[in-house]
Design a protein around this ligand. Structure first.
Ligand SMILES: [Zn+2]
Length: 346
């Protein structure tokens, strides 16, 4: 593990250069806005960015590191920020898990009027801000329209479609970007000690989110599903319908159909890559190389294409809430037929 004890630093954030340069510029010039929307999926690093920016704003003696301004990590404010007990850094608490109601925001509004305890700023972090009801948003709007000079509000959101236009127009929106797969992979190796194979596979499935990749890495269900899926795909041409049915029953019951679909697509993609490039360097399932080389030589190109079409069809059907078990069974039967179309004399 490479983690330093103090976690609220910009140096820990990977792949969000545009946002970081915007926030660094604000720190450097003092041109801090009263409200930001950090827009990105769960696990994309919104909390990390919010914590680092807050710590730097509240820090008694920020450090210059290269061209970056970092919180010092040693002053009382930094130590309190790290411990979650800085009185000038408040995370909104809500009554209901499902939504942020007008009462939650009213409590916050009353608190905003109280001056900061010791810093020049008082920062509010609102997690799941997209869950604010319209009434809550209207209550927040009053603060956004006439904020006290010291107030900074950080809205962490997964999508902005639920926000009223009036809220959007008062906030600086900072969209988080998916992190390139290679950077996710390197991060899993360097920070989490993942081996090459698992780093590559989890990075592939992360959708560019380091948080999701880290979860997958530690998720035993995912590891088990991966093994079971490889197992059935390796011998699919000899598998009977009953074996397929029992495999699917298990996978569908665990509500892992999305991961299952992705695993099968990735497997098929590896066969296609191996077949078309005659190389193995870009494979994801690097611990199955020998088998993939052999399989890629026997299954026809049309078969591989038919298999990936079968998976895409299944994915579309699953989105429209059809019977998942039946859909996955049919998909695997189609893949079996596709993988049986072998090349002869080519
Ligand atoms: Zn400090």
């Amino acid at each position: 593990m490479r983690y330093t004890v103090f976690m609220n630093t910009f140096s820990e954030i990977i792949g969000q250069d545009i946002i970081l340069s915007h926030l660094q510029n604000a720190l450097r010039t003092g041109g801090v806005s009263h409200a930001y929307i950090l827009n990105g999926a769960k696990g994309s690093g919104r909390h990390m960015i919010a914590r680092s920016f807050s710590a730097a704003l509240l820090c008694g003696s920020p450090r210059q590191e290269g061209d970056r301004i970092e919180p010092c990590g040693e002053c009382l404010s930094c130590i309190q920020a790290e411990a979650g007990s800085n009185p000038d850094l408040i995370t909104l608490e809500r009554e209901k898990e499902s939504s942020i109601g007008v009462n939650d925001i009213r409590k916050m509004r009353a608190d905003v009027m109280i001056k900061p305890y010791s810093a020049a700023h008082k920062i509010y972090i609102i997690p799941d801000a997209e869950k604010m009801t319209p009434a809550a948003q209207n209550a927040l709007l009053k603060t956004l329209e006439e904020p006290p000079s010291y107030a900074v509000i950080l809205l962490l959101a997964d999508g902005t479609s639920a926000f009223l236009p009036t809220i959007m127009s008062r906030c600086v929106t900072l969209p988080l970007r998916p992190v390139p797969e290679k950077a996710v992979e390197d991060c899993l190796k360097e920070r989490f000690g993942a081996d090459e194979y698992r780093a590559r596979l989890c990075a592939r499935f992360s959708g560019g989110s380091i948080g999701r990749a880290a979860l997958l890495l530690e998720n035993e269900n995912f590891a088990a599903l991966r093994e079971k899926t490889i197992d059935i795909l390796r011998k699919i041409d000899k598998t009977d319908a009953a074996q397929i049915a029992s495999f699917v029953k298990e996978a569908a019951a665990e509500e892992e159909t999305g991961d299952l679909i992705d695993l099968i697509l990735t497997w098929n993609r590896d066969l296609m890559v191996c077949r078309s490039t005659h190389g193995t360097e870009n494979l994801i399932f690097t611990d199955e190389v020998q088998y993939i080389i052999e399989a890629a030589q026997t299954v026809s190109w049309q078969g591989l294409q038919a298999a990936s079409e079968a998976v895409f069809r299944a994915r579309r059907r699953l989105f429209s809430n059809v019977n998942a078990e039946l859909t996955l069974q049919m998909m695997l039967l189609e893949i079996r037929a596709a993988y049986r179309t072998q090349d002869r004399g080519q």
